[in-house]
Structure formats: structure tokens, C-alpha cells
Design a binder for this molecule. Structure first.
Ligand code: RB5
Length: 149
């Protein structure tokens, strides 16, 4: 069974629950590291939890959610080995896998998306990394880790 790890802050409780229900319906084992209440938590802490768990191995991909998806995706992308996409729509979600080989996807619980979040998630899941010239570019992304310009 494919495994997914997800964590969210108080700004994305409802959308995270929708995502979990959706993934479980399609047979994923979902490890939800919180939170399930609207008591305030700090999104970098939630990103660190999800990414740390993902990097321990065995996961197909990870999901992080906050009010906008911005703070938690920025946080996730600070962690070595993580490529977290914050798609605007289903097209971008597909490209995040096809071109960027993203291993995390972020969503905002307070954003009015043009496409439903579950459709964006499915677009991401159903796509594969294309490799070829994108392999070189992804390697270049990863070589920027910890770098200074
Ligand atoms: C929390 O109020 C909010 O700042 C957070 O969920 C997120 O939107 C940050 O980027």
C-alpha cells in the first residue's frame, strides 16, 4: 500500500481532512501528523514534522497545508531533499511532477482555487517525472541546497 505523510497548521484543518478522506478512499495509507484543531500552531514546525517523517523513508510523497500554502511550502523547501510544489491549478500540479519531480505538494486552506484541491492532488498523483532535460534541471535545483549566492 502506498504511504503519504501530511501535516497542516490551524489554517488548513478542513482541507487536510478532505485530502486524507480522499486519499484513504483510493487506498493510500495516510500518516497525519496534525493538527486537527484550530488552536494556533506554527507552520514551520508542521513542515519540519512532515518532511522529517518523509525523509525517514517509505513514503510515495508528502503534503503540507497552511492558510495560504505559502509559509509551509517555503519551510518545507528549506529542508534538504525536499522539493515542495505550491500549484495554482491542476496544470501546475501535473507539471510539478512531470518537470520538477516534486516530492511534496502544498495547499492553502484559505485560498479560493480555480480547480478543486482534490483534482489538483489527483493531477499530481497521476503524473510521472519525464526525466530527460528535466533531470539536469532538478539536479541543479538540488545542488543549490545550502548554497550562498
Ligand atoms: C497562520 O495564521 C497563517 O499565517 C498560515 O496558515 C499561513 O497562511 C502562512 O503562510
Amino acid at each position: 500500500m502506498s504511504k503519504v505523510v501530511i501535516a497542516n497548521d490551524h489554517g488548513a484543518v478542513e482541507i487536510s481532512q478532505r485530502i486524507i478522506t480522499h486519499l484513504e478512499k483510493y487506498g493510500y495509507e495516510v500518516n497525519h501528523l496534525g493538527v486537527s484543531s484550530e488552536d494556533s500552531v506554527d507552520y514551520p514546525d508542521m513542515a519540519a514534522k512532515a518532511c522529517g517523517e518523509y525523509l525517514s523513508g517509505g513514503y510515495e510523497f508528502g503534503i503540507v497545508c497552511c492558510g495560504t500554502g505559502i509559509g509551509i511550502s517555503i519551510s518545507a523547501n528549506k529542508i534538504n531533499g525536499i522539493r515542495c510544489a505550491l500549484p495554482q491549478n491542476s496544470f501546475a500540479a501535473r507539471m510539478a511532477k512531470q518537470h520538477n519531480n516534486a516530492n511534496f505538494i502544498a495547499f492553502g486552506g484559505r485560498i479560493d482555487y480555480q480547480d478543486d484541491v482534490l483534482d489538483m492532488l489527483d493531477a499530481f498523483i497521476d503524473e510521472s517525472f519525464e526525466g530527460g532535460r528535466h533531470e539536469r534541471r532538478v539536479e541543479k535545483i538540488m545542488s543549490l541546497e545550502g548554497g550562498v549566492c
